[in-house]
Design a protein around this ligand. Structure first.
Ligand code: ZN
Length: 109
């Protein structure tokens, strides 16, 4: 997982941006994020779109340790609660027309 730090003001972004929303800078350096974060909010989706072969899906927004927020699926057995520590993994989140789409899947840290 990468973050993108503005060379002009130092603000970290995720995902990548063309223009910094703080200073309008246009140059960024890539930084590896450690993948650890805190679950800010989540929802459980019962009526899933085609390509997701699960009865329900938990989806969350995570504040990474470096400060940026990242959204992704949750793969957590048991109770899910805001404030819990999670870790990002990457995996197949949907299959559309035979094509696997990957994304972030957060697991309990
Ligand atoms: Zn900036």
């Amino acid at each position: 997982m990468y973050g993108y730090r503005c060379k002009k003001c130092g603000k970290l972004h995720h995902p990548a941006r063309l223009v910094c929303d703080k200073c309008e800078g246009r140059e960024f350096t890539e930084e590896i994020l450690d993948g650890e974060g805190t679950l800010l909010t989540y929802t459980r989706v019962h009526n899933l779109p085609a390509g997701i072969d699960k009865p329900v899906l938990d989806f969350g927004i995570v504040q990474m340790r470096e400060g940026v927020c990242v959204s992704g699926q949750l793969d957590i057995d048991g109770e899910i609660y805001t404030g819990m520590k999670v870790r990002a993994t990457e995996g197949v989140v949907r299959v559309m027309n035979g094509v696997e789409h990957t994304g972030f899947i957060f697991v309990k840290a």
